[in-house]
Design a protein around this ligand. Structure first.
Ligand SMILES: Nc1nc2c(ncn2[C@@H]2O[C@H](COP(=O)(O)OP(=O)(O)OP(=O)(O)O)[C@@H](O)[C@H]2O)c(=O)[nH]1
Ligand SMILES: [Mg+2]
Length: 239
């Protein structure tokens, strides 16, 4: 951790506001949720955060995003990580915050995430599991707990929620690392920075029930995520 943490502390003197923040997400047939998610972001950030949606929808999701002033990038649906990678590479603001567009993540945690970046952290992960995640389907909860244990064992550092979709990053971290995973990108986005010594923290967040239908196949998705955690951790150990 040493060097990266020292750099993080140097940079901690810069105080970012929401005018320095981009909130980015993949959006895939989320018309039941997107209006609420984008309204919450507007409320919490006073309309100052930029919003980027990489969209593969066939429903009204992109129209609703436009109505809320989001920047919408059209992309064929090719999975979570392909969409989020495009979303992460779009902004030029110094702080990038990822979320899902299904109203599961609490946008009122945004000030706390920005505060942790201003305190010197490079990556701030939303930890859904420490608070119990009662609203999460039981199979997903079990899977996410197993992923956190697997990540902790392989990364050699305590990971509370390896697969959270809500995190804040200093943009340099996103730019400095080559990202390879698709379904497993959320785990990769936490594990590579953590294993390279960036200053990483996790904050407990509440997790709400999904609005709208899931497009995820839990078995195939779960296997892909477990594979990504193993691959990424071995890869980082070999560096
Ligand atoms: N553009 C685009 N967005 C996607 C794609 N797959 C998923 N997303 C979006 O990525 C985010 C995360 O996907 P989710 O389906 O919520 O995945 P999850 O949170 O693991 O699982 P559930 O919430 O239980 O469905 C959501 O905002 C989706 O709309 C895709 O192929 N293309
Ligand atoms: Mg989701």
């Amino acid at each position: 951790m040493g060097q990266a943490t020292a750099h993080a502390q140097d940079r901690a003197r810069e105080e970012y506001t929401f005018a320095d923040v981009s909130v980015v997400m993949g959006t895939y047939d989320e018309e039941a949720a997107i209006g609420r998610v984008l309204a919450d972001i507007e409320d919490v950030t006073d309309g100052r955060a930029e919003v980027v949606c990489v969209d593969g929808s066939t429903d009204r999701t992109p129209e609703i995003a436009h109505e809320h002033g989001a920047r919408v990038i059209e992309q064929e649906p090719r999975g979570y990580g392909v969409a989020l990678r495009a979303a992460l590479s779009t902004p030029d603001r110094p702080v990038v915050i990822t979320t899902d567009c299904d109203d599961t993540y609490p946008m009122d945690a945004l000030p706390d995430f920005l505060g942790a970046i201003n305190a010197g952290y490079d990556v701030v992960g939303g930890d859904r599991l420490s608070g119990g995640a009662a609203a999460m389907p039981a199979l997903n909860r079990l899977g996410n707990r197993v992923f956190a244990l697997l990540a902790t064992a392989l990364a050699g550092t305590r990971v509370r929620d390896a697969t959270s979709g809500m995190r804040a990053y200093r943009r340099e971290v996103v730019e400095d690392i080559d990202w390879t995973e698709n379904t497993g990108l959320s785990a990769e986005l936490l594990l590579r920075p953590s294993m390279r010594g960036y200053a990483v923290t996790e904050r407990p967040i509440e997790y709400r029930e999904r609005a709208g239908e899931t497009t995820l196949d839990p078995v195939r998705g779960g296997a892909a995520i477990a594979g990504s955690i193993c691959k990424v951790c071995l890869d980082e150990r070999r560096r």
